[in-house]
Design a protein around this ligand. Structure first.
Ligand SMILES: C[S@@+](CC[C@H](N)C(=O)[O-])C[C@H]1O[C@@H](n2cnc3c(N)ncnc32)[C@H](O)[C@@H]1O
Length: 320
């Protein structure tokens, strides 16, 4: 039996929200992206306007623009009054009020509806239900996204989630899922099971994002294929490639450190041991998050920071 319109509760986010909740960088936005369960979000239309390559998959794309508009208007007041009742479950910081929320969501869905027919013709909105096989080759997409769908609808069960994520991983080189909590804002009971299932063949990471609206919903799960090299040469090629990126980033960091000298009043503020310890604490936490040794990370950072403080001191003295 096909999907019934009255079972659909359309609600969509915009590109600013997607970029924050998935930590999508400018270089990510140049990649080929698939959105699963994008529904009436305006991510696709806004990204396409910026020349990004985004394809959205959702079973609601079997309906017409008029049917979706009608359904959005039908459910809008109920969703808003439910959110009003549960206002304490949300962080009213970036979005200040229920009125602002309604405005943001309705604007996103209006943008989606205006683009929907054109996007369908261009193949950007594809009617598809996970875990069915997607109409694309293996690895066709660089990044696959699931916002407020997988891991959140826990009633769909672990088998559904494993099958859906397996199909996403067939089609995408990496996937990102946000948030890691269920509809009641509790930690999703599925996250640990999903990580356990995929971690033999895939690198799984939980990353803190720049987004928290539903209280406690501020993390995403990233799953990528583990890179397996077939020779020592290939391993070294990869290490050389990574060293090149690290050195470029150290050069960029150095430029900012030099600029910092012009804002300091005395040599104590150049050394700023309080700031040094805060940076060390932060990078140790990041190391834990990315699954590398906090001790190795601290040693590397302490050496780099002490060299850069010397440089900043020279910059400071020459400017006096
Ligand atoms: C809460 S909405 C999230 C919409 C959008 N991702 C956002 O964050 O604004 C969940 C979406 O998942 C879609 N969905 C439900 N079952 C699905 C399935 N089996 N495969 C793909 N999408 C599905 C729904 O149609 C709906 O649009």
């Amino acid at each position: 039996m096909g999907l019934l319109l009255k079972s659909v509760v359309p609600w969509g986010r915009n590109i600013e929200e997607y970029r924050k909740l998935f930590l999508l960088s400018y270089s990510d936005m140049r990649k080929k992206i698939a959105g699963f369960g994008d529904g009436p979000a305006s991510f696709n239309v806004q990204a396409s306007e910026r020349n990004a390559d985004v394809t959205s998959f959702d079973p609601i794309y079997c309906f017409s623009k008029e049917q979706l508009r009608e359904r959005i208007n039908e459910v809008r007041d109920t969703i808003i009054s439910q959110m009003e009742e549960n206002a304490g479950n949300y962080v009213w910081c970036r979005i200040n009020s229920i009125q602002e929320l309604e405005y943001i969501r309705m604007s996103a869905m209006d943008m989606f509806l205006e683009d929907y027919e054109k996007g369908k013709e261009e193949g950007r909105y594809i009617c598809h239900s996970l875990p069915d096989r997607l109409p694309c080759d293996d690895g066709a997409f660089d990044i696959g996204l699931s916002s407020h769908f997988l891991l959140m609808y826990t009633s769909l069960g672990l088998d559904f989630h494993i099958a859906a994520i397996s199909e996403m991983l067939r089609a995408c080189k990496e996937i990102r899922i946000f948030p890691l909590c269920d509809l009641d804002s509790n930690s999703s009971e599925l996250t640990e099971e999903v990580i356990k299932y995929f971690s033999a063949d895939y690198k799984t990471e939980i990353l803190k994002t720049d987004y928290e609206f539903q209280r406690g919903a501020d993390k995403m799960l990233r799953i990528r294929k583990k890179m397996k090299c077939s020779s020592l040469e290939e391993v070294r090629e990869n290490i050389d490639r990574i060293d090149d990126s690290i050195i470029r980033l150290i050069a960029e960091r150095t430029e900012f450190v030099k600029q910092a000298a012009s804002f300091k009043r005395d040599t104590a503020s150049v050394k700023d041991s309080y700031r040094v310890e805060a940076v060390i604490k932060k990078v140790r936490e990041k190391a834990e998050q990315y699954g590398v040794s906090p001790d190795i990370t601290e040693t590397v950072y302490r050496n780099m920071i002490s060299g850069l403080i010397e440089l900043e001191m020279k910059e400071f003295n020459s400017s006096k």
